[in-house]
Design a binder for this molecule. Sequence first.
Ligand SMILES: CC(C)(COP(=O)(O)OP(=O)(O)OC[C@H]1O[C@@H](n2cnc3c(N)ncnc32)[C@H](O)[C@@H]1OP(=O)(O)O)[C@@H](O)C(=O)NCCC(=O)NCCS
Length: 218
Amino acid sequence: MAARVIDALQYKLVAVDRGHIEALYEWDRLEPNRQLYTCRPVKALVDVEEYSDSLQQKITRGELIMYVLVSIERRHLPLGRVRVFDFNARNKSAEFGYYLPSHFRGKGLGGIMLTLFLDQVFSFMDINKVYATTSSGNLRSIRLLERLGFSLDGRLREHYWVGTERFDQLNYSILSREWKRGRPETHGTDFGQADVKFLSSGSYTVAQVGSNSPKGDK
Ligand SMILES: CC(C)(COP(=O)(O)OP(=O)(O)OC[C@H]1O[C@@H](n2cnc3c(N)ncnc32)[C@H](O)[C@@H]1OP(=O)(O)O)[C@@H](O)C(=O)NCCC(=O)NCCS
């Protein structure tokens, strides 16, 4: 799998590479709230080799495209991921899902990642519409999609069962022409810009730059 650079700014969205797999696997392994991010049964995690093979096979079969957000300083270290699937060649649509591990949330990286993603799909792929689903309890995700100009297409009632709580599923989409007309500024105060600083120990700090938005875990 070759990584493809699509942005020349501080962050890039690149196609997932073998070198990213271990980090992606660890995100899934350590995520305590996987049931918040899918309405489907949450499967037990397979081992890392099986995870890697399964991902590779789906990509090879053309069922899945996966991008990771990286910093230009450390492109081997993924900060977040976007998965694109359910490609419909007839109406030129596809679904996508997005994820940041908890230590990278609430810093504006989600907006940067999806902005780069929408630039990518609507510039380089023959796609008219992309859509995403989220739980009505996922306020940060809802805010992010609405901020980027997505429209709420519908609501599936009580579609997410999380413990004893039931949330609706919200279906959002954006068309190519809508994105090209209304793309927000990625950098500066309008959208916020995360500043990820890597330390020599191999760990990192993340600071929010230029945003007046409320932050916090949902
Ligand atoms: C959803 C996700 C991609 C958002 O990315 P992020 O970088 O954490 O989001 P941001 O910090 O840019 O916040 C997005 C918006 O939500 C707002 N927000 C944050 N916490 C909020 C809360 N508790 N209530 C309401 N809004 C909130 C932010 O202020 C921001 O709005 P703004 O753009 O007007 O400032 C990320 O949190 C994530 O990966 N979460 C886990 C997986 C997930 O939920 N995937 C999506 C659905 S399955």
